[in-house]
Design a protein around this ligand. Structure first.
Ligand code: SF4
Length: 253
């Protein structure tokens, strides 16, 4: 474990959400990083933190504004949940059980505990699960006193070295020494199969995204343009129906 942490200190990526231990900022980063690569998230994270540096700032913002800034990141339910979670925190503080917050599941709760609070808890997403299966087949051993560093190191390892498709075991992986999967030649077997994503072109995701983009630009759009997508946005609380129009949601806390 010491080797992993030392490597992270030497070569870990310098990311803006690693320069804070603020729970809200970690939550913003984690919401944006779900299903979106780091490189794409960077400008969005910076923009969100400059617009809404605290949970109270975001809670005061209009949901429509937050959704407009989210344009291009995809999966806008994440923005709605983030806004709702900020509202809860602004009004009542952080709940004892972080999973009580909208949109916060076991992974995000663990990420807040590890990356904001520095607890020795590993947030296990697909990448971390893969790294642990290969490098720590007996299960994550923990890193007392080094939870933050170890958690961040596993994230970098899974993203840059111990990848699903092209693990770089023999190209300098910092955890190669003593790696059970690499030694046994079972790396490929220990790669969870990902469910293939459906086509984006013509999908409901694309149609909803199109309407949301127009809402962000103009504030309204005819529901007739795509009644089914419009209805699903309304059902998800991402837009409102007003007569024959779809309009932006509003109303901060
Ligand atoms: S040696 Fe290979 S399997 Fe082991 S941690 Fe490194 S990249 Fe992953």
């Amino acid at each position: 474990m010491r080797g992993l942490v030392d490597w992270f200190h030497r070569e870990g990526a310098d990311l803006p959400w690693r320069r804070t231990r603020d729970r809200y900022r970690v939550l913003v980063a984690e919401a944006q990083l779900q299903a979106t690569p780091v490189g794409r998230v960077l400008p969005y994270y910076e923009r969100f933190i400059s617009l809404w540096p605290t949970a109270a700032d975001m809670a005061r913002a209009d949901l429509g504004e937050v959704l407009a800034e989210w344009q291009g990141l995809g999966y806008p339910r994440r923005a709605r949940n983030l806004h709702a979670a900020a509202g809860v925190v602004a009004v009542s503080g952080w709940p004892d059980r972080l999973t009580d917050l909208p949109g916060v599941g076991a992974y995000t709760a663990a990420a807040i505990r590890c990356f904001a609070d520095g607890e020795d808890v590993l947030p296990v997403d697909t990448n971390a699960a893969r790294v642990v299966a290969r490098r720590f087949p007996g299960g994550w051993p923990g890193a007392p006193g080094l939870g933050w560093e170890a958690g961040q190191a596993i994230m970098d390892l899974g993203r840059l070295w111990c990848t699903a498709r092209a693990p770089r075991c023999e190209q300098g992986c910092p955890m190669r020494e003593g790696c059970p999967a690499a030694d046994a030649g079972t790396v490929a077997e220990l790669t969870p199969v990902r469910r293939p994503q459906g086509r984006y072109e013509g999908s409901m995701r694309q149609r909803r995204g199109r309407l949301l983009r127009e809402l962000a630009d103009c504030g309204w759009v005819e529901r007739d343009r795509d009644p089914e997508a419009a209805e699903s946005l309304v059902a998800d609380g991402l837009a409102r129906a007003r007569d024959d129009r779809l309009v932006r949601v509003g109303g901060g806390v």
